[in-house]
Design a binder for this molecule. Structure first.
Ligand SMILES: Nc1ncnc2c1ncn2[C@@H]1O[C@H](COP(=O)(O)OP(=O)(O)OP(=O)(O)O)[C@@H](O)[C@H]1O
Ligand SMILES: [Mg+2]
Length: 302
């Protein structure tokens, strides 16, 4: 019997006493919903855990340009991502320079399209999944493009939008466990015309809470649409403790970057990544690499 199931059983045995005591009458309805919530989560998490692992086709990702091809490019990216992920992990476990609300929620976004968000979100999630102390849930939060969903072959499967729309569904239902150790994925699901409103709803906060799971060291990484292109991306970012803004070197103007940063909240950790910097062809035949432009900013910092 899992810890959650044991807790549920314990709450059930306590329930009659709680109801009998006039002094705690007001608490009883809350306890009942807690029971339902814990049982629902236990059932759905058990179902997810027993489902077959989803195969992540690394060759397909490489062909789609979302994984670097070749050892040299791989090594360099792995190294850059180590520097990117360190402050994110420190913040998540409370070892950062500031205590953040929802530090385990990380969104990868950008000012405008095509700056490398999906590439970064996927590779960051893979890199974090290699850490011994973390489990990573990669959520496709780019509803219009659903790039992660498509490239992982998860189109047509229920996902984020379905659990937002249908309150009878438990969020854990749409988590897909993969054959990459410690990597879980949530696809987009069925698109909805009111995405921004759904992202801004109380249900969204509940869904995010449940997707965070009972594991304190689960990091939830979102791919997103660009901050200046859709209102839903700003609403999505507002739920996050940590925001990674990808900036394509030589592509995005300073004005656009500033407007994107202004849409974020001062209480969040914001890390900037300068992507697609050009190196001489002799040094790198992809002509792209990651450079960590800044380790992040907090309220009051430049
Ligand atoms: N650091 C990188 N190294 C190699 N290729 C990269 C890198 N960053 C991005 N790319 C390539 O650039 C293209 C755009 O990247 P990506 O799809 O991640 O951008 P995006 O910001 O998610 O775009 P959109 O706004 O359309 O969702 C892709 O073809 C990807 O393969
Ligand atoms: Mg994308």
């Amino acid at each position: 019997m899992s810890i959650v199931e044991k807790a549920v059983e314990k709450l059930k045995t306590l329930q009659p006493e709680l109801l009998a005591s006039p002094s705690v009458e007001a608490v009883a309805p809350h306890s009942a919903s807690t029971i339902e919530r814990l049982s629902g989560r236990a059932r759905t998490e058990q179902a997810t855990e027993s489902a077959p692992l989803w195969h992540v086709d690394q060759m397909a990702l490489e062909r789609a340009g979302l994984l670097p091809a070749g050892n040299e490019a791989n090594d360099r990216l792995a190294d850059e991502l180590r520097r990117v992920k360190r402050p994110l992990m420190d913040n998540a476990i409370g070892n950062g320079t500031k205590v953040l609300a929802h530090a385990g929620r990380i969104v990868v976004t950008s000012a405008v399209p095509g700056e490398g968000k999906t590439f970064t979100a996927l590779n960051l999630a893979l890199s974090l999944a290699r850490e011994l102390d973390f489990e990573v849930l990669l959520v496709d939060g780019d509803i219009p493009k659903s790039h992660i969903t498509r490239v992982l072959g998860l189109s047509g499967r229920p996902g984020l939008m379905d659990v937002l729309v249908d309150e009878r569904r438990h969020p854990a239902e749409v988590i897909v466990r993969t054959d990459v150790p410690n990597l879980l994925v949530v696809p987009v699901g069925e698109r909805h015309p009111l995405t921004a409103e759904l992202f801004g709803s109380l249900r969204m906060e509940y869904v995010l809470e449940e997707l965070g799971g009972r594991n304190l060291h689960r990091l939830v990484v979102f791919d997103s649409s660009p901050l200046l292109a859709t209102s839903e991306s700003q609403v999505l970012a507002s739920h996050m403790g940590q925001v990674v803004v990808v900036i394509a070197a030589g592509h995005t103007g300073q004005h656009a970057v500033n407007s994107a940063l202004q849409s974020l909240n001062d209480s969040q950790y914001v890390g900037l990544i300068l992507n697609m910097s050009c190196l001489p062809a002799s040094e790198n035949h992809y002509d792209n690499y990651y450079g960590l432009y800044s380790r992040g900013r907090f309220a009051g910092e430049a």
